[in-house]
Design a protein around this ligand. Structure first.
Ligand SMILES: [Zn+2]
Length: 275
């Protein structure tokens, strides 16, 4: 009885914090979907930042952090061209503490935690023989998940479910919220498959970010073709387990790559292109 009362109080608190938001502007690709959030952006980003720092420290300990200077330089250069373009979708992202590292891991994987904390695995760069345009496609896609706050949305959905069954109090006791949130952020960003809706949004915003940064948006298509080839080799890339492949995906990317092609051409023609 006492437990359920506590759970009820916490649930009421969580539900009281529920809000409907529009995390991004539409851009040229026209992504507009309202999202229901039950946890604040500040709490999620703070938890992500902590989690990311711990993971990078762990990678450092294992001598798996930024080992290949050429790879690091490439990834940082691409990031520095993509990040300014995020202002089209949400100006506040310019103030995020963006960070990217290359992890020496064989998995074909890359991710971006809430607030702009990114990792690209050496396995992705090497096994895909990724061009700069293709790397920009992967990173633009991952950055778009962060811009759309898909992790915060997933966590909110989980919280709503847990509140509904009355176990929120057990999971989010006073003082445990921070730790619980950090684990959830890592789980939804790194391990759980994204919904088709989230994938479409990240694909579309991703090609626009890449195009505006002067990267060929059609590389998103060749990237998926390379992924599919790796998949047929017997060991499906980690990235595919969190980004379920779909036959419609390439078709949608073709449509949206064509749509943002003028942005790419304009970026290429600009005197600051590649800077
Ligand atoms: Zn994705």
């Amino acid at each position: 009885m006492r437990t359920s009362l506590i759970a009820l109080t916490v649930s009421a608190g969580l539900l009281g914090g529920c809000q409907t938001v529009e995390t991004t502007k539409e851009g040229a690709v026209g992504v507009d979907r309202q999202q229901r959030m039950m946890v604040s952006e500040q709490d999620v980003n703070a938890a992500a930042q902590k989690q990311y720092a711990a993971m990078m420290a762990e990678a450092q300990k294992k001598n798996a952090l930024d080992r290949d200077a050429a790879q690091v330089q490439r990834v940082k250069a691409i990031t520095s061209r993509l990040v300014p373009q995020t202002a089209v979708f949400r100006p506040d992202a310019q103030k995020w503490a963006w960070e990217v590292h290359v992890l020496t891991l064989n998995d074909v994987n890359a991710w971006c935690m809430p607030g702009g904390k990114m990792a690209v695995y050496s396995g992705l760069i090497e096994k895909l023989q990724a061009t700069d345009d293709e790397l920009a496609a992967v990173m633009g896609h991952e950055i778009s998940h962060a811009l759309r706050e898909h992790s915060r949305e997933s966590i909110s959905r989980q919280m709503a479910t847990q509140a509904a069954v009355g176990i929120a109090g057990a999971l989010f006791g006073v003082g445990e919220l921070g730790q619980g949130l950090g684990n959830m952020v890592a789980d939804v960003t790194l391990n759980l498959p994204n919904s088709r809706t989230n994938e479409v949004e990240a694909d579309r915003i991703g090609v626009e970010l890449a195009a505006r940064a002067g990267y060929n948006p059609e590389a998103a298509i060749t990237l998926w073709q390379k992924m599919a080839k790796l998949n047929s080799g017997g060991q499906p890339p980690k990235w595919l387990s969190t980004h379920p492949a779909n036959e419609d995906r390439i078709k949608d990317l073709q449509v949206y790559a064509a749509k943002v092609m003028p942005l790419y051409q304009a970026a290429k023609a600009s005197p600051t292109a590649g800077k």
